[in-house]
Design a protein around this ligand. Structure first.
Ligand code: COS
Length: 374
């Protein structure tokens, strides 16, 4: 990638993804049940080869591809965007740390959109302070454990086909006592419920009552699970930023169209300086966010040493920017944007959660400051 611009073939690919999203994915998204996994939508993401972009045979996923894909999908259809992202987040620990058997069993199914993946880190008592998680992995003979506890705010739960679960095997306190497991959904003792959120996502709670796991279910070494989670987030945080940038562009497109069409005080809204300056500010901040996201993704792909910091900066800046941009677009539209079913009413609800999940804005600042002090 050139320093500040995408190559023509990348631009063409993004335009193609937007076209697919608008023509083929949005109709499927609209048929889905709010707050539930949309399997036909996932199957279409598989058939169109979009999931395969995230799950290549190599263990190295291209962060830039992931970001461009998420930004392009978000601009046209947030449900398709989120379905793709959750497959990636749930399965990346397997891509990164899974055994050959685990990878062969699950990744082709995930890429085809047939198996639904979920990333299960958060708990009722451990959100931002992820290393405080309490889900207990109690020894049950050599190389065997039983998982007991609760996970909450787990996207795709309880409908996923497998969960990448982070539990405390107790090698040590804090982050060093955490182990990652691949937990198929049909294990005895596993149950869960849906949660109703501001924006209806497939998300829920998982309850684990002595769920059996063995050495073949480990994702990496015992006691090394926290790094598996953090490395997954290093890849996905810039892409959450890309999702936010896509929503911001969608809001700007809508605001530009409305400001050209709507007349008030004797002319189109866009002739009012209060509106034109606001549009200019929205576009400038979104461009800055897009550049920060793409730079973080390019650094990830190049294996740069400061990935955690760049990834945090990209997520922080892009999600905060998108919140401002969507809010400003609502203001330009006036009351119509608040009517149920309006694109901006949808984006206004949708844009809030990314400032919290995969590390709240405050967590990103903590990560950045830690790196600055190093
Ligand atoms: N890559 C690899 N390893 C990493 C890492 C990264 N990006 N970040 C941390 N680690 C390792 C550290 O090297 C350290 O290992 P050692 O003990 O061997 O040195 C260990 O993990 C603990 O790191 P640290 O001391 O920085 O952890 P903290 O408990 O201070 O937690 C934050 C740091 C707050 C950054 C972490 O808890 C976090 O990201 N919280 C938000 C969680 C989140 O995003 N939840 C949402 C889930 S998805 S919706």
């Amino acid at each position: 990638m050139a320093a500040f611009a995408l190559e023509p073939d990348q631009l063409e690919w993004c335009a193609g993804v937007r076209d697919l999203a608008a023509r083929q994915l949005r109709p499927l998204a609209e048929k889905g049940e709010p707050g539930r996994v949309n399997r036909p939508l996932l199957a279409a993401l598989g058939e169109l080869g979009l999931l395969a972009r995230v799950f290549t045979k190599s263990q190295r996923v291209s962060a830039l591809d992931l970001c461009l894909l998420r930004e392009s999908l978000a601009r046209e259809c947030t449900a398709a965007e989120t379905a793709l992202a959750l497959q990636g987040l749930g399965a990346h620990p397997v891509v990164q740390a899974g055994s050959r058997e685990q990878r062969e069993r699950w990744l082709p199914e995930v890429a085809a959109g047939r198996a639904v993946a979920a990333f299960a880190l958060s708990e009722p008592g451990a959100g931002s302070d992820a290393a405080a998680l309490a889900l207990a992995a109690e020894p049950d003979g050599p190389g065997r454990w039983r998982l007991t506890g609760e996970k909450r705010w787990i996207s795709n739960a309880p409908e996923a086909d497998f969960y990448t679960v982070f539990a405390r095997t107790g090698e040590a306190a804090g982050a060093r006592g955490i182990t990652a497991f691949l937990l198929p959904a049909d294990r005895p003792g596993l149950s869960g419920e849906h949660l109703d959120m501001l924006s209806p996502h497939p998300i829920g709670t998982l309850r684990l009552h002595g769920v059996p796991v063995g050495a073949a279910d480990l994702l990496g070494e015992p006691g090394r699970g926290f790094a598996v989670a953090m490395r997954t987030l290093d890849l996905f945080r810039p892409s959450v930023g890309a999702f936010a940038v896509g929503m911001a562009y969608a809001a700007i497109d809508a605001a530009l169209a409305h400001a050209a069409r709507r007349t008030a005080f004797g002319g189109p809204l866009r002739e009012l300086q209060s509106v034109s300056h606001q549009l200019a500010e929205m576009a400038t901040r979104t461009e800055a966010a897009a550049l920060l996201v793409r730079a973080a993704a390019a650094a990830y792909d190049a294996g740069a040493p400061d990935v955690a910091k760049r990834s945090a900066m990209a997520k922080l800046f892009a999600t905060e920017t998108a919140q401002y941009v969507v809010d400003a677009a609502v203001q330009i539209h006036g009351a119509r944007a608040l009517q149920a079913g309006h694109l901006l009413e949808h984006l206004y609800r949708e844009v809030r959660a990314p400032r919290i999940y995969e590390g709240a804005t405050e967590v990103q600042r903590t990560v950045i400051a830690k790196e600055l002090y190093r």
